[in-house]
Design a protein around this ligand. Structure first.
Ligand code: AMP
Length: 390
């Protein structure tokens, strides 16, 4: 089946009442499904699991392997558009879906962002600032890359990386000898270690007609390579903030993205911005938009993939988001009443049953008169969750 031209699609948006399909069933799909259902859409989800964060709130949960292409085809036949909530959807899956329904963002965006080497090469060649990197594909490449980049450096697998998975910081030649072999056999990338001032992200939504809106820059703090806190607005020099927005909007245009894209960046100690990573979907750093913005990142995903006008990204209150990992459960059942006793704090839980350490189980959003006060409130509310044994 060939899909209508984007001009036709803009004139004929997918309207409330239609069914939207999402590949992947984690918390991002859940919050997409909640936004879609609030606007009167039906939602079908496909993933290899059941009783999932997305499935719990979707109209239909299909349990199938992503490579079960008959199941994917029949899923796509039942929806008006297919989107995804994680970028590692296999190429064959996206292609099988695309034969029956538009897939937004398109496969070319998935293909570019699924692999760190492809992503960084695309960005560098298009003139966007990225962390300096060298490919590591064959024996001897790692030594050459270390010679070119120097130490410390960060070695990452090219595929299937997120939240610091599949990466190792190499500080000494002994580290290279010790950890290099674990990366042999698969494509990898060696990046210069960036002694950054801070990490920021910008989230952009872009419609079928090319209209774009942006959130940020947002200030992100990580712990053990996993996002811990996001504060918005970020306390950034206005010129640098404008530059970060310009870069993110430029990347979206260049990718001809239809959907939502997060651009994660380092702010170097010399005040230069460098892109670390792209995610072609709503992002953990944008969860505050649910509570603090006129239109949240998930509602923008719905609007953009349906060919509708985008909403205002305007933030009405300074806000901060604190992630709740499974570790919060370690001392005992979290004290939800203690966190919810805080003024202007909202709780979001994803419906995951097993609170394993490091697993994203939910988040808190705190609002206040200033970003710093919101951050302080989010941290305090999260601390209050911890059972103390008293
Ligand atoms: P990633 O999985 O690439 O998003 O990395 C997760 C986190 O690891 C980042 O948010 C940074 O805190 C850290 N990190 C990744 N790459 C680098 C780098 N080249 N230099 C310094 N820190 C890094």
């Amino acid at each position: 089946m060939s899909h209508p031209s984007s001009e036709f699609a803009v004139r004929n948006p997918i309207l409330p009442g239609a069914t939207l399909g999402v590949l992947g069933s984690g918390q991002l799909g859940r919050m997409f499904a909640i936004a879609a259902r609030r606007m009167g859409y039906r939602v079908h989800v496909l993933s290899p699991d059941s009783d999932t964060p997305t499935g719990q709130v979707a109209d239909v949960e299909v349990r199938a392997d992503y490579l079960d292409l008959d199941a994917v085809a029949s899923f796509a036949r039942g929806v008006s558009v297919v989107t995804f909530e994680f970028e590692n959807v296999p190429a064959e899956t996206a292609a099988a879906a695309e034969r029956h329904a538009p897939v937004r963002p398109g496969f070319h965006v998935l293909h570019t962002t699924q692999n760190r080497l492809r992503e960084k090469t695309f960005l560098r060649d298009a003139g966007f600032p990225v962390t300096p990197f060298s490919p590591v594909r064959a024996p001897g490449d790692l030594e050459r890359a270390v010679a070119a980049r120097g130490l410390p450096a960060v070695l990452k697998t090219a595929d299937w990386g997120y939240d610091g998975k599949g990466q190792k910081t190499l500080r000494t030649p002994a580290d290279v000898a010790q950890h290099g072999p674990a990366f042999a056999g698969a494509e990898a990338i060696l990046e210069s270690f960036i002694d950054f001032e801070c990490e920021v992200s910008v989230i952009v939504a872009r419609g079928l007609d090319g209209q774009s809106v942006a959130y940020g820059p947002l200030w992100n703090e990580h712990r053990n390579h996993i996002l811990d806190l996001t504060t918005s607005p970020a306390a950034l020099d206005p010129k640098l903030a404008a530059e970060a927005l310009e870069i993110a909007l430029g990347v979206c245009r260049r990718l001809e993205l239809v959907g939502v894209l997060c651009v994660e960046m380092f702010v170097g100690r010399d005040g230069r911005l460098m892109i670390n990573e792209l995610a072609p979907r709503p992002h953990n750093s944008g969860h505050y938009t649910i509570d603090a913005c006129v239109t949240c990142q998930f509602a923008q995903q719905v609007r953009s993939v349906c060919g509708l006008p985008l909403g205002s990204p305007r933030q009405h209150t300074p806000a901060a988001m604190a992630n709740l990992l499974g570790d919060v459960w370690s001392p005992g059942p979290p004290r939800w009443d203690a966190a919810l006793a805080f003024d202007q704090v909202n709780l979001h839980l994803y419906g995951k049953l097993a609170p394993r350490p490091g697993r994203k189980m939910g988040h808190l959003t705190a609002m206040a008169d200033t970003p710093a006060a919101a951050r302080e409130r989010a941290v305090a509310a999260r601390a209050a969750l911890l059972a103390t044994g008293s």
